[in-house]
Design a protein around this ligand. Structure first.
Ligand code: SF4
Length: 365
């Protein structure tokens, strides 16, 4: 079928007579421009579907688009029939992500993300994560160099050479960034060495992997990960150190007390993950090597000195429950602005279901 009048065309294009009413006159300029969409069937179907659910569209345009979709659906065009609109289908599977009795794998580094917004954690975990950028490459390089620095006696020249020799493998957004970023990496190595010089604890292990099982009513929990440094304090207690190389990884003093990653490490010590070295936790610390002239150590007090010594264990269990659940909640938070999956998030204003009305220009849907 065709459209009854030009104003009802879903693509909004004017009738040919509006632009070429004097088609025979060589003086008339025919407007040249980009078509409003790709000239493909898939693009046409997408546009018709947008018009059908568009709350700002006129009833006549919506009816015209619906009629055209019906015609395309009858001809078997993919995506034209509402049976193929994912947003209208019932849930395909409402079971929990992890069946009862199956182990849930929890890493301390993923705890904060899963507890802050489980939808983001889920989507990032299953393909939605942003690709690794140069900051991550530099962080990995500094971590690798840190493996060569057991204490303040580490050979600075050797570390600097190590960083320089591998720096070119990091893909930067622009060549001119190489100098400043290389200086930044080298400065982090220097901060690490200065921090080591005043660190009162003794090193036990570097980049040490651990796995420990926690029994739980619904799913056993496999608490697993790798610590940057495992140290022992003067009282023989274990202290996990996590090196941070990002520009925005510092946490407020108030938040250190219940930092999920550090809590996860302490819970692991408590559960026997490092039994070869000991089982009493002397705390856990972030060592910030990013901004600032010197490294900044942010220490979380030992579990035994906390008001509730079980808080970290409870947090690990809450994380496991969130990761094994059947529903994942979008929870607005301070990091939504840089969330890589916000275009799939129902509360971000960008991740509507495809069958929901498009938002009006001056307000939310
Ligand atoms: S935008 Fe915010 S609420 Fe939505 S998924 Fe991302 S972090 Fe969660």
């Amino acid at each position: 079928m065709g459209f009854e009048d030009a104003s009802a065309r879903p693509d909004g294009a004017g009738a040919p007579s509006e632009v070429a009413d004097e088609a025979g006159d060589p003086e008339v300029e025919i407007p040249v421009g980009r078509p409003p969409r790709a000239l493909t069937l898939a693009s046409l179907v997408a546009e018709l579907r947008t018009v059908v659910v568009g709350s700002a569209e006129t009833p006549s345009r919506r009816r015209a688009a619906a009629a055209e979709l019906a015609r395309l659906a009858a001809a078997g065009v993919p995506g034209a029939h509402p049976d193929e609109w994912w947003g209208l289908l019932p849930l395909s599977d409402d079971r929990p992500l992890i069946d009862e009795g199956e182990p849930v794998k929890v890493t301390p580094s993923s705890m904060e993300s899963a507890l802050r917004c489980s939808l983001r954690w889920l989507l990032e975990r299953h393909g939605g994560a942003a690709p690794a950028g140069p900051a991550q490459g530099i962080g990995n390089l500094v971590h690798a160099a840190a493996m060569l620095a057991e204490d303040a006696n580490a050979d600075r020249e050797k570390l600097v050479e190590y960083v320089a020799a591998r720096f070119d493998s990091i893909e930067l957004a622009a060549q001119w960034l190489a100098g400043p970023e290389h200086d930044r990496a080298q400065s982090m190595v220097d901060k690490l060495l200065r921090w080591l010089a005043v660190n009162p604890r003794r090193l036990l292990a570097i980049e040490h992997e651990f796995t420990v099982m926690l029994e739980d009513e619904r799913n056993p929990i496999q608490l697993t990960g790798r610590v940057d440094r495992l140290e022992v304090d003067e009282d023989g207690r274990l202290v996990v150190i996590d090196l941070k190389t990002g520009k925005t990884t510092a946490v407020s003093s108030a938040d250190v007390a219940e930092n999920a990653q550090l809590g996860g490490y302490q819970a692991a010590i408590d559960a026997g993950a490092f039994d070869d070295y000991g089982r009493e936790s002397g705390g856990a610390a972030l060592v910030q090597l990013g901004p600032g002239k010197d490294a900044r150590e942010q220490m979380q007090v030992p579990l035994t000195e906390a008001t509730d010594p079980q808080w970290a264990d409870s947090m690990v269990r809450r994380t496991a429950a969130a990761m094994a659940a059947s529903t994942f909640s979008a929870v607005a938070n301070s990091r939504c602005r840089i969330c890589p999956v916000r275009t799939s998030c129902p509360i971000s204003g960008k991740g509507r279901q495809v069958v929901e009305p498009t938002p009006l220009p001056d307000g939310p849907a």
